[in-house]
Structure formats: structure tokens, C-alpha cells
Design a protein around this ligand. Structure first.
Ligand SMILES: [Cu+2]
Length: 499
């Protein structure tokens, strides 16, 4: 399990050059460096093998004994996902880590999604590890294809054993998890196209109506005693722009840190081809007893809808006000950070080129129907590229609904073997090649079914129903859609005029 790893060296390269979020632009982004000590170990662990069922998108929790076997300090943590057979990192459009959370002594401590943020604590600080600590691995691995596979979750830890002289000078930190949607198995919220203002939506600040149900109490934290935050880094999903961490004292609010999503993705803020920024090595912020921390997440809402989004910051805090800590209400704080890694090769298949089927708007209408079943990853009517009449957009009269039923997840199918599917509007023709940046939920008229299927309530993304009806309000026209769990799945239907 345990072997030294040289990959960490790659992460220490100070500067890299890559394509920036503006298409064609080049920018240099400085990489956040890890602390170094005499006797520091670079440990590599793998959790698994994990059997991933065809099309899987479920959440699991298991005991994780893959951890340092002596006491010491963790000073850096970098997650990844690899195929069990080849050891290679899967393309993000094939299998991806929706999220992994390393729970230590019952507390969520490290986390990653496909943005793969590496957590660092600055020189002089460390998360103390005791081999007796209980580690749990909570993970959601998303198979975007109809084929099963085996993977390992991997993580690289910088570790300073207590037996090293340098360990004597390390100050202990603890994790403080701030989550806009709460601390629960599936803390998510939806960002709807056109929500918020000016093409940007900030959660929870701008949440309206039902969206407010997703607001979690963990987006705020009131300090029970003086403390110093020594590092912070954010987690967002595609479409995410930044998280903002603020502190409020006596009615005055100050920004402490903006963790920015720096997109390498040529199409902009639409994929996992992104790096988040973490606080700079010298960043230390004083929090006085009674200060209220608050976290928000801002997404782009101008281009597309983003369903089941997240907004998390993991902070590491030391007790008391450290001598070098800056008080945000009297001093000035550097609110900008550095990326924790560069562009990752698993994000190279962007999609959106060529075509994988006809333009449904140009096809003859299929027969009038009231129902469309989904079986074996195929929409029975109007599936993109299906031969003959089955491939034509089924017709439904304006004012009526089409009923979709997912037969790949029924109440009697074992939920671990089930495949959840969605019917999510995407801009016609929605027939380009699948990749990390295509298709998107970018239709002018948004609709989304939720993840049709069954699973333990609150513990899977399943809607716990396997049917969905199209809105009766859709005006006449041809509608194209995809499954956001298995984005190679595409389909269409046509709303015809009344009478
Ligand atoms: Cu699907």
C-alpha cells in the first residue's frame, strides 16, 4: 500500500504555462508550494479496488485503514482516481470522482471532486495524526458509460513523523468544514440558467423559493473561542466561479478569502478542467470569539443550468491568535490565492465537435405518444441516432405531457446495480461528440427531471421516483435533451400546436 512517490515533486514546480479560461489566451499561474521539512515523507495510498457498476452514481462509506501507521503531522493531501488495471487516470468524461470525503474521527477533513484540489497547511502547522484515529472513506464515483470498471481512490500525503526533530516545532491545526448546503451525505443545490443577476448566481444569498431548502447551517460558523485560520481552499462544480469566505464582527463584514476556479477549459466555466486556488503560504487570519464566518458560492448562470452543485471551503485552524495572524478588522488580508495544481491530462477530451446523430429539428415527427421508457441507456422514442421511426422526435400536443419512465432503476432493482438517468434540456441540435464540456444544460427553456431512480433517501442523488413528466407549458417546437449522468444519452421530442 505504502510507497514513496516522486509525483509530489511535479506539484512543487513553481510556475506553469497553460491555456487560460479565455479561448486562445495564455496566462501564467503560480502554483501553491507545499511546506518542506527535514525528514518529511511523501506517502502514497490507494483505497480499493472499488467495483464501479455500469453507469453508477451512488455514494458509499467504508472504513479506511490506508493511513500512516505512526503518529505525526499531515501537511499536504492530494487526491486522485486511477483505473485498477492500468493505474492510469481515467478520462473525466469516462469515470470521475464526483466527490471523495476523508472522514477522520467523524469529522470531514479532506475532500475532492474532479477539481482535485490539494490541501496544504503552511510551514509551522500540521494536522496531527494518530494511527488509532478512525478513518472513513465516503465516496461517490460516477461512471459516465454503460460499462463497469474497477478503480482506486489514491491520495498523496506529506507526513512528518513525531519522531523527526522538526515535528517538535509544529503547531496543531484542526479542520473546519464550511459547506453552503450543510454537512450531510449529499449537500447540493441547483443553479438555474438566468438565476441571480448579471449572469451570476450566489448561493445561498440569492436563493429563491424552493432553492432556499438547500441552504445548510454549515455556511456559517460562530467562533466559540479565539483562533487563527492558517489555510483555506474551495470546492466547486463546473459552472462555479468562486467561493467567498467572510468574517462579521459588530455588524461589519470583511472578505477573508476568495477561492477562485481557474478554468483551463477553452470553453470557459463549463467543465472539470479547472484548478481552485488555496490561500498563500503566509496567509493567517485572526478570528476572535464571537466572530461569524460565512461562506457563499458564486456560479455562472448566464450560459447553462448547473444541477446538484456544491460549494465547500475546508479551513485549517489553530487555537488562539497566533503572533503572525492579521486581524481583518484592523489589518489588510490578501484575499487571493494560488492554484494547487495545473491543467490535468484527464480533462483533454472536451467534446462539442463533429456530430453523432441527426439534427432532430429536421426530422419528420414520430408518432404521437404519451410515454417514453428508458431502458439499457436508451430513450425508447426519439433516441438520438436510432434507426427509422424510433429515432424521430415523438409528438405531444401543446398543453399535454410526455411521461418518461426509467426502467434501469425501478423499486425492485438493487440500487447498487441501478442506473439513474435524467432528461435535461440542452440547446438543439445537442448532437455533438460527448466530452467534459459537452453537452450542457444550456437550452433557452430549461427543464430537468432529477435523477430518476431509487436509492437510500438522502444518501444518494436518486429522486426516489423513476418517472417524470415534461412541463405542460412548453410552447410548440422541437426539444433536445441529454442525460447528465450519462451524457452520451441524447433524445428529442416535439410539441405540436393544439388542434
Ligand atoms: Cu443516464
Amino acid at each position: 500500500m505504502l510507497r514513496a512517490l516522486s509525483l509530489v515533486v511535479v506539484a512543487l514546480v513553481a510556475v506553469l504555462v497553460a491555456t487560460a479560461s479565455a479561448p486562445g489566451a495564455k496566462q501564467q499561474l503560480e502554483l501553491l508550494k507545499a511546506a518542506d521539512y527535514p525528514g518529511l515523507q511523501h506517502l502514497h495510498y490507494q483505497f480499493g479496488p472499488i467495483k464501479v457498476a455500469a453507469g453508477q452514481n451512488t455514494i458509499e462509506v467504508q472504513i479506511n485503514n490506508n493511513k500512516p501507521q505512526v503518529p505525526g503531522f499531515i501537511t499536504r493531501f492530494a487526491p486522485n482516481l486511477v483505473f485498477a488495471k492500468s493505474g492510469k487516470v481515467p478520462g473525466v468524461d469516462v469515470v470521475h470522482l464526483h466527490h471523495g470525503v476523508w472522514l477522520i474521527k467523524g469529522v470531514p477533513t479532506f475532500a475532492a471532486g474532479e477539481e482535485k484540489t490539494a490541501f496544504t497547511v503552511p510551514t509551522g502547522y500540521g494536522l496531527h495524526h494518530d494511527p488509532k484515529d478512525l478513518w472513513l472513506m465516503n465516496y461517490m464515483i460516477h461512471d459516465l458509460t454503460a460499462s463497469p470498471t474497477d478503480v482506486y481512490l489514491t491520495y498523496d500525503i506529506d507526513f512528518l513523523p513525531d519522531s523527526e526533530a522538526a515535528a517538535a516545532g509544529i503547531t496543531r491545526v484542526r479542520p473546519l468544514w464550511m459547506d453552503v448546503a450543510g454537512i450531510r451525505a449529499y449537500p447540493v443545490f441547483d443553479v438555474l440558467r438566468g438565476g441571480g443577476s448579471g449572469g451570476r448566481y450566489t448561493f445561498p444569498d440569492q436563493a429563491q423559493g424552493d432553492e432556499r431548502k438547500a441552504i445548510g447551517p454549515a455556511h456559517t460558523y460562530t467562533a466559540a473561542s479565539d483562533m487563527t485560520i492558517v489555510s483555506a481552499a474551495g470546492h466547486l462544480h463546473p459552472g462555479g466561479l468562486w467561493t467567498d469566505l467572510t468574517s462579521t464582527r459588530d455588524g461589519q463584514e470583511k472578505l477573508l478569502f476568495r477561492s477562485e476556479a481557474k478554468y483551463w477549459e477553452p470553453a470557459g466555466a463549463v467543465s472539470w478542467d479547472v484548478s481552485m486556488t488555496g490561500t498563500k503560504p503566509e496567509w493567517r487570519v485572526a478570528v476572535r470569539k464571537g466572530d461569524r464566518l460565512d461562506l457563499s458560492a458564486t456560479y455562472d448562470s448566464g450560459r447553462a443550468s448547473w444541477y446538484e452543485s456544491m460549494g465547500i471551503d475546508v479551513l485549517f485552524v489553530a487555537d488562539g491568535i497566533r503572533p503572525e495572524a492579521v486581524d481583518p478588522f484592523s489589518g489588510s488580508i490578501d484575499t487571493l490565492g494560488l492554484v494547487t495544481h495545473g491543467h490535468l491530462a484527464e480533462n483533454d477530451n472536451h467534446g462539442g465537435t463533429g456530430s453523432v446523430g441527426p439534427d432532430a429539428r429536421k426530422l419528420l415527427a414520430g408518432p404521437p405518444v404519451s410515454k417514453v421508457d428508458i431502458l439499457h441507456y436508451i430513450y425508447a422514442r426519439g433516441n438520438l441516432g436510432a434507426a427509422g421511426r424510433k429515432g424521430r422526435p415523438p409528438a405531444v400536443k401543446a398543453g399535454k405531457s410526455l411521461l418518461f419512465t426509467n426502467l434501469d432503476s425501478t423499486a425492485t432493482i438493487d440500487w447498487r446495480a441501478a442506473a439513474y438517468h435524467t432528461i435535461t434540456a440542452c440547446k438543439a441540435p445537442c448532437n455533438k461528440k460527448t466530452g467534459i464540456a459537452y453537452p450542457l444544460a444550456d437550452a433557452k427553456i430549461s427543464f430537468d427531471s432529477g435523477e430518476l431512480g431509487y436509492g437510500p433517501a438522502g444518501f444518494t442523488p436518486a429522486a426516489n421516483r423513476n418517472t417524470w413528466q415534461t412541463p405542460k407549458t412548453l410552447p410548440a417546437g422541437t426539444y433536445t435533451y441529454f442525460c447528465r449522468i450519462h451524457p452520451f444519452m441524447r433524445g428529442s421530442f416535439r410539441v405540436t400546436k393544439k388542434g
